[in-house]
Design a protein around this ligand. Sequence first.
Ligand SMILES: CC(=O)N[C@H]1[C@@H](OP(=O)(O)OP(=O)(O)OC[C@H]2O[C@@H](n3ccc(=O)[nH]c3=O)[C@H](O)[C@@H]2O)O[C@H](CO)[C@@H](O)[C@@H]1O
Ligand SMILES: C=C(OP(=O)(O)O)C(=O)O
Length: 429
Amino acid sequence: MDKIRIVGGNALQGTIPISGAKNAALPLMIASLLSEEKLILENVPRLADVALLQRILGNHGVDITTNGKRNGDDPDAGQTLEIDARMIVDTTAPYDLVSRMRASFWVLGPLLARMGEAKVSLPGGCAIGTRPVDFHLDALKALGAELDIDGGYVRARAPKGLKGARIVFPKVSVGATHTALMAATLADGETVIENAAREPEVTDLADCLIKMGARIFGAGTSTIRVEGVPRLTGARHAVLPDRIETGTYAMATAMAGGDVMLAGARPDLLESALDILRAAGAEIDATNEGIRVRRNGSGILPIEVSTAPYPGFPTDLQAQLMALMTKAKGRSRITETIFENRFMHVQELARLGARIQLDGDTATIDGVERLTGAPVMATDLRASVSLVIAGLAAEGETLVQRVYHLDRGFEKLEAKLSRCGAEIERISG
Ligand SMILES: CC(=O)N[C@H]1[C@@H](OP(=O)(O)OP(=O)(O)OC[C@H]2O[C@@H](n3ccc(=O)[nH]c3=O)[C@H](O)[C@@H]2O)O[C@H](CO)[C@@H](O)[C@@H]1O
Ligand SMILES: C=C(OP(=O)(O)O)C(=O)O
């Protein structure tokens, strides 16, 4: 299994291109199932999760071609996928594929809406909590689906099609909002989704669905109204930049010190995280090119923050912020309100010398002068990259093991950081 080796101590200087967002690309690819016509997606990141979803869609009969690079193309540009779901040959999404990635469960809504039936394994994904799917199932039931769970599979049927309904989520859920939104586009009549997720990835999905002919109003707010249409068309859509990758490299720069341009990043997608970084002592400037992050000389200041649904501080940046706070001048507090078990990085950060106390959903971090490199284990996607961030500022060598987690969500991580002066490499085998 590959490892990432980091020798800490170098400041970061240069430009890091920001890729398309994993968490937008995945539902956008899934949206192709709603139409017989071709969906062309640009700026799709090259990630293990994207490749796995290509296999899952392929299993349903979806044809996907990836446009190769031509001479002169920007080497950092994302890939373009042409997704043709004209023929759905199989409405089953099997355990061995779905169990490896959370988002793959989201094929349920579109398959059901278009084909009137689907059988989808219960999902896997990062082990950060129990992560039930009850909101997804309740939303589909409200739209008239008949559902049962048998042998680890959700079997869903709507032989006469779905019917518009009022769906009220008891808690904000990104995935359940995607499911309800996609299913409602082809339902008969109007659907109103209350307490919908406002994450930019939901808005990106809605924008693409609108290009495909869907009638969606209010995406990006807590109430989304969908007027069902009989069919959707093809479309061309570019995936929005990854706000979690942006925040991650901003924190890496704040940790290592230096001056980095996050090219193509959109500051409006992560204002709460940028505010926290400013409070922690980083200088952040929005420019035409992207976001410039600097920390030269000044120390890292402690912060107090709770994760929250968008536009709050994202849970997907919690581990990275904790890594940064391990070297703050004083005591920080980070409360995780979204997932009940998203602190797997705490014991690994402790191997590098971090001082972190856990009490229920709150971590208290007492900043230390020095971190020292050590072998550490990646446990999930964002926890893994938090260890990389800590390694950038640790004295000596940090060896991050089980990096397949990182490959799910960070494109060319070592290349992007080493181009800015970090001593980081992948050791294969
Ligand atoms: C691929 C993708 O986009 N993943 C993101 C998505 O995950 P995902 O869509 O799985 O996360 P949700 O927003 O659904 O989860 C939010 C909370 O709702 C709970 N819940 C969710 C669904 C449900 O049916 N029942 C239920 O109780 C979850 O356990 C969690 O406590 O949003 C999370 C929250 O921003 C991010 O951390 C993940 O990176
Ligand atoms: C938790 C994440 O992914 P998933 O929902 O696929 O597990 C993530 O992207 O941080």
